[in-house]
Design a protein around this ligand. Structure first.
Ligand code: X2X
Length: 339
């Protein structure tokens, strides 16, 4: 019997495939019946990559190698915008992506990234695991993608520079700061009077090293695992945005997978997300010390000054109009903030 390939195996349930009489004895040398690819833009050492590699191993073990998820971290399959296109075409089966970059395809999902909306994780997880997250997943489904229920954590974003500490909003005026490809990021830093430049994360280290950009903003775990401390001197604790990663499945594959295969994937990917959140939370408690030991200089800021600047620049008014009153109300209800 010819080994089942993923495409031909799809009509079969995993159980059927296991029970088929005379089934060839599979070894890892044989192609899996469901050979799938997961990609991300983070270093292999970031908790999201670590947890997804562990999930892939658990899935392989539980299915006896019939479902094989290969993990491609660190932009191995391209930059974010390119990988999103590959996901939509079915060249990549799973991909983790910030809602703000996904908003290029699904505009409303950027709502979770509104500046200073979240005071802490005690607000973030009930919202993203609750009504707001469900609303976002429904929007993502309309775009032909499947978002797994538990969003991964990127974290609260901090500003780093190679030139100066950012002590108050005036320090952001004219700053050449790199931002990810997402309209809300560009809008926020234009409201601060900065000169934001959109660069995929794959090129960020080089852009900072060659001084194309003097600054960037990211959570501590990304700054550390991507070794941005080698090209950035100052870290200002602005906490200006909470960001996550939706784990997305291609619409070309997800609807065709048998229910039992979906159940195995769902179980282990959910576990990976919950453990990754915990990893990032624990890292946040130790990384300030670690990054200082690697030469970074930290400073606190009065975040109210930065939020007031966004307010006076019309940032909240602009985005409330873009998202609409209902979704804005849902954000305020979910976050407890009045924006
Ligand atoms: O591109 C970034 O800065 C990163 C890694 O945080 C995201 O994926 C949004």
């Amino acid at each position: 019997m010819t080994p089942l390939t993923r495409r031909r195996a799809i009509p079969l349930t995993l159980g059927t495939a296991l029970a088929l009489p005379g089934i060839l004895k599979y070894s890892r040398a044989h192609a899996a019946e469901f050979a799938l690819k997961y990609a991300n833009n983070l270093p292999q050492t970031h908790p999201m990559s670590v947890r997804m590699m562990a999930a892939a191993e658990a899935i392989r073990a539980e299915t006896g190698g019939k479902v094989d998820v290969k993990v491609f971290p660190n932009n191995q399959l391209g930059g974010d915008t390119d990988m999103l296109n590959q996901l939509r075409m079915g060249a990549i089966d799973f991909f983790t992506l910030s809602p703000l970059i996904l908003s290029t395809l699904v505009p409303k999902v950027a709502i979770s990234g509104i500046g200073f909306a979240w005071s802490g994780y005690d607000k973030v997880w009930p919202a993203l695991d609750g009504e707001l997250g469900a609303s976002m997943r429904a929007e993502i489904q309309k775009a032909g993608l499947y978002a797994f229920p538990k969003i991964f954590d990127n974290g609260f974003r901090q500003i780093t520079t190679s030139t100066k500490p950012i002590r108050d909003p005036n320090d952001l005026v004219g700053l050449k700061i790199r931002v990810p490809p997402g309209q809300l990021w560009t809008s926020m830093f234009k409201a601060f009077g900065s000169s934001p430049m959109t660069i995929n994360f794959a090129e960020v280290y080089t852009a900072l090293q060659t001084k194309i950009a003097d600054a960037q903003e990211n959570p501590l775990a990304v700054i550390d695992t991507a070794k941005l401390y080698e090209v950035q001197k100052y870290l200002s604790k602005t906490n200006h945005m909470w960001d996550g990663f939706w784990l997305l499945a291609s619409g070309k594959i997800w609807p065709k997978l048998p229910a039992d295969v979906k159940a195995v994937l769902q179980k282990h990917f959910t576990e990976a997300a919950l453990r990754e959140r915990d990893d990032v939370f624990k890292l946040n408690a130790t990384l300030e010390q670690g990054l200082k030991a690697k030469g970074m200089m930290f400073n606190d800021v009065d975040t109210h000054l930065f939020q007031a600047k966004l307010q006076s620049a019309g940032f909240y008014t602009e985005w409330k109009a873009k998202f609409g009153a209902d979704l804005w109300k849902l954000l305020e209800k979910s976050s407890g903030a009045s924006l």
